[in-house]
Design a protein. Structure first.
Length: 125
């Protein structure tokens, strides 16, 4: 099963940073070394409001199929629906997959209706 194709109600994206290591000497001089040419540790938090319980369960099923936080997957274009900028801004190198940072969170809004929050972390492939 692929990641559910619903458009999120809201998105929060942290683009991560380039792998940098800083060293400080005794006199306070700082040396910074760049250990790569691509950003790492990008995070995505996606919220889906007022889904049916069956639709909400698809996120739990996908989480189980990915073995929790173990396996990576690609996001469908529907995740970027409503974004008027270029979707490549989220992955300029075009080589990022995602994995779950934690289990999806489900909130029961009323009988038969749920909201889901998903936290993902970017993994370079």
């Amino acid at each position: 099963m692929s990641y559910p194709t619903y458009a999120p109600s809201s998105r929060a994206f942290d683009p991560g940073n380039w792998p940098v290591k800083s060293y400080s000497s005794i006199n306070g001089t700082e040396i910074r070394l760049l250990y790569g040419s691509r950003r790492t540790a990008a995070t995505f938090t996606l919220s889906y409001q007022n889904l049916s319980d069956v639709e909400a369960q698809e996120f739990l099923t996908h989480y189980d199929e990915m073995l929790g936080t173990f396996s990576t997957f690609d996001l469908p274009t529907s995740v970027f629906k409503g974004w008027s900028g270029d979707a490549s801004a989220f992955d300029p190198s075009g080589s990022m997959s995602f994995r779950y940072q934690e289990a999806p969170k489900l909130d029961s809004v009323k009988p038969g209706v749920s909201s889901v929050s998903v936290s993902l972390i970017g993994v370079l492939s």
